[in-house]
Design a protein around this ligand. Structure first.
Ligand code: FAD
Length: 546
């Protein structure tokens, strides 16, 4: 066998906050490759607006941040992981400051905002574009770091493991590297390293409406699952209640502050509906508002509802919502005169690849960090601004663990075999299946679920899986095909997890099980070595370090 693989100390898949933070921590001593499927800046991290939660203000405490997180998580946060993140959050902000992130200041101190669910001002931010500023700074740094090789337009195809190569003797398996599609040459390349770290972000694109960028197709979750790792709590998808509904406005958020400043939610005939759903009306929590909008849309067969702030004077709107006002006006909607069409949209994937405090997955040699993971921090519902900090805390922890682990060079690896595939002339199958999947996930596995809807979705997923597998086996891989394959895999994990939960908790709401069970259990899916998988609900406990 000729080994044409590229050898590194660490392979990092994903160039968001999780991936780039890990790369910078490792680079002083390790040769790191960062593979990313589009450009370095693409991903959710650059889109984060609000900020990063950390205990930095007077009168605030770690205990209060932990409590707020546990309350949001509805009984499913792992207290140890929560404390770990909260206690390391301030040093993460300090690290970003050292790198040069220009956090907003007031009187010589960090300016901290307060967000829903937080009992104190603790959100460090860079005006209303925190993610973009952080991402810009990290990209500048990694570009200047000689030990980091940046590989844009490289899409992870699959992880390479002993088991997949038929070399897992005594049942001992480990990650040896990965295959990635290089779009410049249209070739699948082989990468080899003793350590691989998945930082591929969330899976919002599995739904028709999402605030997430196009990169959020759950690739890391699907790849880790295929490689034998457990995945947890996939039923908990956070929906943002108000995303602009317009054919040319992909994923534009209408901030919750619009409701905070008196915005009213209306049906197309102008009827206000929130007071019938909750005494707090438009000021009810995010998930309550999202559920009410979903109910009204399904009841009346609507494509969207409307958010009306036009009773406020133009000057007030321009001062409080300059970006929203300008963006809507560009699209022909004058929000000072007319209501804004909105839909709820998938915003955050709380579940993911199960990891411990050092970012280990079940597979030796494979780490995972960021939105792609389930660390135990978010439980059944994520507290606002807790996700960017989770990326940084676990990126550092995983890097420290790698730095302390001996570098065993993996054995030679076979190249990608394309001898039995041809070019497809049926790209339409892929785009059709993409659309179909995202629509039925929205309709059947969205904000309000029922047993019947989940069954319908499961049936369709099984059909799609068969079709896509056939396609994957016969034709050259493309990024669209790889993403679709992963999305269908993730959809399957979401549906199975939702079916396993016989209660309504946090972000998971079932009309068939509206109550709460007395014991809070996590949903942990375990891949079977054979075709089918077992699902179970079990108490969360970090699994032993491999
Ligand atoms: C609109 C919006 C606003 C938000 N606001 C906040 C906020 O204010 N505060 C907060 O804490 N959180 C916020 N979040 C959530 C937060 O931004 C994300 O959870 C976080 O950025 C995830 O970082 P990550 O590094 O895990 O993933 P990402 O930043 O999404 O990066 C994933 C990377 O993986 C790459 N990738 C994916 N698949 C592959 C593949 N197969 N091969 C190669 N590369 C791949 C992507 O291209 C990308 O580079 C917001 C999210 C959105 C969408």
């Amino acid at each position: 066998m000729t080994d044409t693989s590229r050898l590194f100390d660490v392979l990092i898949v994903g160039s968001g906050l999780a991936g780039l933070s890990a790369a910078l921590h490792l680079a002083p001593t390790h040769r790191v490759a960062v593979l990313t499927k589009r450009s370095l800046a693409d991903g959710s991290s650059g889109w984060a607006q609000g900020g990063i939660a950390a205990v930095l203000g007077e009168g605030d405490s770690f205990a209060a941040h932990v409590d707020d997180t546990l309350v949001a998580g509805a009984g499913l946060c792992d207290p140890v992981a929560t404390r770990f993140v909260v206690e390391h959050a301030p040093e993460s902000i300090a690290w970003l400051q050292q790198l040069g992130v220009p956090f907003s200041q007031e009187d010589g101190h960090l300016h901290l905002t307060r967000e829903g669910g937080h009992s104190a001002r603790r959100i460090a931010h860079v005006t209303d574009a925190t993610g973009a500023a952080v991402q810009r700074t990290l990209i500048e740094r990694v570009r200047q770091t000689p030990n980091i090789t940046l590989l844009e337009n490289h899409t992870l195809v699959d992880l390479i493991t002993d088991r997949k190569l038929g070399r897992a003797h005594d049942g001992r398996d480990r990650c040896l590297g990965l295959y990635a599609l290089d779009e410049a040459t249209d070739q699948v390349l082989t990468f080899r390293a003793p350590h691989t770290l998945l930082a591929t972000g969330g899976a919002g694109k599995v739904y028709l409406y999402t605030t997430n960028p196009d990169t959020a197709t759950g690739d890391g979750i699907a790849a880790a699952w295929r490689a034998g790792c457990r995945v947890a709590n996939m039923e908990f998808i956070q929906f943002h209640p108000t995303c602009l509904y317009h054919q040319h406005a992909k994923s534009f958020l209408i901030s919750e502050a619009v409701r905070g400043e008196g915005g009213r939610l209306l049906l197309p005939d102008g009827t206000r509906f929130m007071p019938q759903h909750d005494a707090r009306a438009e000021l009810a929590p995010r998930d309550v508002v999202a559920r009410a909008i979903d109910f009204e849309m399904k009841k009346h067969g609507l494509d969207c509802v409307y958010l009306d702030i036009s009773h406020q004077p133009l000057a007030f709107i321009q001062e409080h919502f300059p970006n929203i006002y300008a963006r809507c006006l560009e699209l022909g909607i004058d929000i000072a005169k007319q209501p804004i069409p909105v839909v709820p949209a998938a915003h955050y994937t709380c579940g993911g690849v199960l990891t411990d405090l050092a970012g280990h997955t079940d597979l030796p040699g494979l780490y995972a960090v960021g939105e792609t993971t389930c660390t135990g921090l978010h439980g059944a519902n994520r507290l606002a601004s807790n996700s960017l900090v989770e990326c940084m805390v676990f990126a550092r922890a995983a890097a420290q663990d790698i730095l302390q682990t001996p570098r065993d060079t993996p054995p030679a690896l076979p190249g990608w075999d394309e001898s039995r595939v041809t070019d497809s002339d049926e790209a339409v199958v892929i785009s059709h299946n993409w659309d179909e999947l995202r629509r039925f996930m929205w309709d059947y596995v969205g904000i309000v679920r029922t047993n019947k809807r989940l069954e319908r979705a499961a049936h369709r997923i099984a059909l799609l899986q068969g079709e896509i597998q056939e396609f994957y086996a016969q034709f050259h891989v493309t990024r669209d095909l790889l993403e679709l394959r992963n999305l269908v895999q993730v959809a399957d994990l979401i549906v199975r997890s939702a079916q396993a939960r016989h209660e309504s908790r946090g972000l998971h709401f079932s009309r068939d099980y509206p109550g709460l069970l007395p014991q809070a259990l996590n949903t942990v899916l375990t891949p079977a070595r054979a075709a089918s998988a077992r699902s179970e609900t079990s108490p969360f406990h970090p699994f032993p370090v491999p």
